[in-house]
Design a protein around this ligand. Structure first.
Ligand SMILES: [Zn+2]
Length: 258
């Protein structure tokens, strides 16, 4: 039997949905890529721009380009990226939207899509927790949110895997890596991370998540900060992998602006 409070909750939910639809009719959100007004059925970006995204199609394939970044540098169980990042492309505009234009919900939405895309691939088998790469405190303050944490929340929604955002901290501020070479990037983030609770992650398989992987320096520094913890294992997932038009690793990282 439906109780009065359930009726009330349902009615409140419906009213909220109607208010949201009405608000969208009056002031429709814009697609962050083409700036077209989004239709009621479109979430965060328009269907045309979504279809044009450069998907990697790795879907759990081993030895894919994301995994190869870490080859010989740190033991990794699995690696995955959902799309390629090309400068000036739809994917770069999308990433800039949630990184610099306060579209935090877009990051959560993409995290969810990324998780749904991997359904049935066994990529998440055996993973105990999703761990977002922590943001420098100053940048967190400026942005108001950590985009990797928002991606993680969306991924958790799709997979049911918990997010542990307190097992890795960035205890040293690091300057932006945008114009750094590979070696400068490695040096920049070296020793920047620390795990405050080694016992909690001991014996666990953690899935580290970041928005974009270019040289892998940041994710590598995260792994290295915890590598002495007994039994710990890592996998990595990123929304995007920096790529060139022929999907090979870029020879010049300077022009990518990330
Ligand atoms: Zn669009």
């Amino acid at each position: 039997m439906t109780t009065f409070s359930e009726h009330l909750r349902r009615a409140f939910g419906e009213a909220k949905g109607l208010a949201r639809d009405f608000r969208r009719l009056i002031l429709p959100p814009l697609c962050p890529v083409c700036q077209r007004k989004l239709a009621l059925h479109e979430e965060h970006l328009c269907s045309d721009c979504f279809e044009q995204l450069p998907f990697t199609h790795f879907r759990g394939k081993s030895n894919n380009p994301t995994e190869r970044i870490f080859l010989g540098l740190t033991p990794l169980e699995k690696g995955h990226s959902y799309i390629y990042y090309y400068p000036g492309s739809a994917s770069s505009q999308l990433i800039k939207a949630f990184k610099y234009h306060r579209r935090a919900e877009t990051a959560a939405f993409l995290g969810r899509l990324m998780g749904e895309d991997l359904e049935g691939s066994h990529f998440f088998d055996g993973i105990d927790a999703i761990v977002p790469v922590p943001l420098a405190r100053k940048r967190l303050h400026e942005r108001g949110y950590n985009q990797s944490e928002r991606l993680a929340r969306g991924l958790a929604q799709a997979t049911g895997i918990e997010v542990w955002d307190d097992v890795l901290i960035r205890h040293r501020e690091t300057p932006s890596q945008t114009h750094f070479t590979y070696l400068q990037r490695r040096e920049n983030v070296k020793d920047a991370f620390r795990c405050p609770c080694p016992d909690r992650v001991s014996g666990k398989h953690l899935l580290l998540i970041d928005d974009v992987v270019t040289t892998g320096a940041t994710l590598l520094a995260c792994c290295e900060s915890m590598k002495e913890i007994p039994g710990i294992r890592f996998s990595v997932i990123t929304l995007a992998l920096t790529g060139s038009a022929d999907n090979t690793f870029p020879s010049s990282l300077h022009s990518f602006g990330i």
